[in-house]
Design a protein around this ligand. Structure first.
Ligand SMILES: Nc1ncnc2c1ncn2[C@@H]1O[C@H](COP(=O)(O)OP(=O)(O)O)[C@@H](O)[C@H]1O
Ligand SMILES: [Mg+2]
Length: 292
């Protein structure tokens, strides 16, 4: 399917007029659910770093080759084994997430118009889900509602906010992104985005601030580390510019509350990704993958 044939795009999940059953538990052949916590690595004490993605969006930042794409792959890997997950990949570099393409409902490369179209479609789906919730006097989608968790993985965010497209497409991308990050989690739509420098030009503060989870991989300066985690953490010792160069995948993770903690991300080699993709295809079947 060509990227331009997306007019008839129907994202899985709720469609207009659908009445999803309220109590269908998702069958998860692998034993994993998209609504389960996602294992991303281990902390300094060897405890697992497990993130509840179902209710929050995550922003990761760090220098080139600091481990951002590897981190994203771990999350996509989890979702690829779940029959109640939908995977949307938006990859400014194409090569980073391409190995997962067959598991995705959409794969968007550095094509700002297509990226905006996919985000807009997600926004419509989110609005339908909000209507569904409102009718039932509910405030959020939970596992067991029979609705897939839609996970949106954006690598090299800056490509869509500053590098490609016009000022208009970039602004549109940012406002769609902000709406999805803010209102998406309650509707079972979560965004995980990664960028080299989440400075104000690349990710305006108003957008950056709505991501509840922050992950800082190695940064060039204390100021960049603070941009990702929040002002003041570097002075307290949570400074990602102190992570050595030879430690890709080591970073600081901060949830909304609490303080950052240092962790090391799991790293999936290409052949391991191939195994997971093959397994995903056998569990979930091939997904509709639009490619830029
Ligand atoms: N958790 C990790 N453990 C070990 N090596 C890693 C880890 N994460 C990344 N690497 C190594 O670092 C390289 C760059 O990682 P990558 O995730 O592509 O960085 P980025 O997306 O930040 O540019 C990878 O090709 C891999 O060799
Ligand atoms: Mg990368």
């Amino acid at each position: 399917m060509s990227s331009r044939q997306l007019g008839g795009l129907v994202l899985p999940g709720l469609r207009a007029g659908d009445t999803p059953a309220t109590t269908i538990p998702a069958t998860s052949v692998s034993g994993l659910s998209a609504y389960h916590k996602v294992h991303f690595g281990i902390d300094e004490y060897g405890r697992p770093l497990q993130v509840e993605l179902a209710s929050r969006s995550l922003l990761a930042g760090g220098l080139s080759r600091s481990g951002k794409s590897g981190f994203i792959s771990n999350g996509v890997g989890h979702m690829s084994q779940c029959t109640d997950a939908r995977i949307i990949l938006i990859d400014g570099k194409i090569v980073e997430l391409i190995l997962w393409k067959e598991t995705a409902d959409f794969f968007v490369g550095p094509d700002p118009v297509l990226a905006n179209h996919v985000l807009f479609t997600l926004q419509e789906e989110m609005n339908r889900r909000y209507e569904w919730l409102t009718h039932r006097r509910r405030r959020k989608v939970v596992k067991g509602d029979g609705m897939d968790l839609i996970t949106v993985w954006i690598d090299e965010l800056s490509v869509f906010t500053t590098v490609y497209g016009t000022r208009d497409t970039q602004e549109r991308f940012l406002s769609l992104l902000m709406d999805l990050v803010q209102r998406g989690p309650a509707a079972g739509i979560v965004v995980v985005a990664a960028t080299q420098r989440p400075s104000a030009e690349i990710v305006p503060t108003r957008v950056r601030d709505v991501f509840s989870y922050r992950v800082a991989f190695r940064c060039s300066t204390q100021a960049s580390s603070d941009i990702i985690l929040g002002t003041g953490w570097a002075d307290l010792g949570y400074d990602a510019s102190k992570i050595p160069t030879n430690r890709p995948g080591v970073g600081y993770c901060l949830a909304e509350e609490g303080r950052p903690f240092r962790f090391r991300s799991v790293y999936l080699e290409d052949d391991e990704i191939d195994t997971l993709v093959a397994r995903s295809l056998s569990i979930r079947g091939p997904q509709l993958a639009g490619a830029a």
